[in-house]
Design a protein around this ligand. Structure first.
Ligand code: DAH
Length: 375
């Protein structure tokens, strides 16, 4: 015997009877009304509006009915499903409102409660903060604007746009802490920024020219903590892009900052160096502000601040590499730029004769009190 024709199966046809549909709808509405919280409502939604719910299955059966019965069945199933959907939306809104009301009550803080502990008046601003602010102030007073960027930075800003070739050892030279690979549709992954130089790129891409910005901020490298290295430290970056800027302008900016930080009359020295994002590049030293270049203190005692070198290395600098200008959509035939970057902890150490970078990290208020307020 052949199987009965599906279109005329009396059992299936019966599930779409008015009475049956009403029962399904009533069951669904009762379950929705009984849901006491959002989790229970989720269960009710699955049971009565999910793929295997009776009304969903009934809807799928409409196509198998004789053509004459379809329109009527379609209307009745549609109405029942719409009623269930509307009830779900309403119950969802009610339960969410109830949850929000509860959170407001549960998490309320009574700010009028008396507090019996004396307030500590012992704090002091940290010298990394005050010296960083002072450095930034020097440039703000010369017309520079403060620019900021994120500490979790796209590799593209931290390296590619700064002319670090892919897979170039320079990426490892900076002991990068990699955070995540590229998201779908993005061209690079994320790193904890290894320097403040990516803020240069952000500034060049978003600000009008001419551009004079200074960017203080936190940087990260996978260095082990010792007397001269810390995995987290602060840098300050200075960038100028304008028509006709030369290394003489760079030198002038550096001299202005050394004078403001360490006093007048100290010579600066630029020696050739390499950074992918500047060409030519140089490292900046200044005459030791303690022995003033004599390598020894007046009594003949060796100078500890510059380790009897007479000079103290302070910063990296250079003329913005034209490839970097091009990556930021700037015409290198019309504009040139200079940049320099330096470590704030290092400046604090030099300025205040601190020998161990760990002293700048420990948050001991006696350290802050000794240097912070006067910085
Ligand atoms: N970003 C460099 C570093 O962290 C420092 C630096 C060198 C910044 C030269 C500059 C620059 O802006 O021009 O080692």
């Amino acid at each position: 015997m052949s199987a009965p024709n599906k279109a005329y199966d009396p059992v299936e046809a019966a599930t779409l009877s008015a009475g049956e549909l009403q029962r399904m709808q009533a069951d669904a509405l009762a379950a929705i009304a009984a849901a006491a919280n959002l989790d229970e409502l989720k269960t009710a939604r699955l049971a009565h509006a999910g793929d295997r719910a009776p009304l969903t299955l009934a809807n799928a059966e409409i196509g198998a009915l004789p053509p004459a019965a379809r329109a009527d069945a379609g209307k009745r199933v549609g109405a029942a499903r719409a009623a269930v959907r509307a009830a779900l939306v309403q119950r969802q809104a009610d339960l969410e409102a109830e949850r929000d009301r509860r959170v407001l009550v549960d998490e309320a803080v009574d700010v009028t409660l008396p507090w019996d502990r004396p307030m500590s008046l012992d704090g002091a601003r940290h010298p990394v903060t005050t010296v960083g602010e002072r450095l930034a102030d020097v440039f703000v007073s010369m017309g520079y604007e403060i620019a900021e960027g994120p500490e979790v930075e796209a590799e593209w800003y931290n390296f590619d746009a700064l002319n670090f070739p892919p897979d170039h050892p320079a990426r490892e030279m900076q002991d990068t802490i990699f955070v995540a690979g590229p998201e779908p549709g993005e061209r690079s992954g994320k790193v904890l920024r290894t320097h403040t130089s990516p803020v240069q790129i952000r500034a060049m891409l978003t600000r009008p020219l001419p551009l004079y910005v200074v960017s203080p901020g936190k940087c990260y490298r996978s260095d082990a903590l010792d007397a001269t290295h810390s995995p987290v430290f602060h840098q300050i970056e200075c960038l100028a892009v304008d028509e006709g800027l030369t290394m003489a302008d760079l030198r002038g900016a550096i001299n202005a900052f050394v004078e403001a930080m360490f006093g007048e009359g100290l010579q600066t020295r630029l020696r050739p160096d390499f950074f992918p994002f500047t060409e030519p590049s140089a490292d900046v030293s200044m005459q030791c502000h303690v022995c003033r270049g004599a390598s020894a203190k007046p009594g003949g005692e060796p100078c500890r601040v510059c380790r009897s070198q007479g000079w103290i290395e302070l910063a990296g600098c250079g003329m913005v590499n034209p490839r970097v200008l091009v990556a930021c959509g700037i015409d290198p035939d019309r504009y040139s730029g200079f940049a320099f970057g330096l470590g704030i902890e290092r400046s604090v150490m030099v300025r205040h004769g601190v020998a161990d970078i760990r002293d700048t990290l420990e948050g001991d208020v006696r350290f802050s009190r000794a240097f912070g307020m006067e910085a």
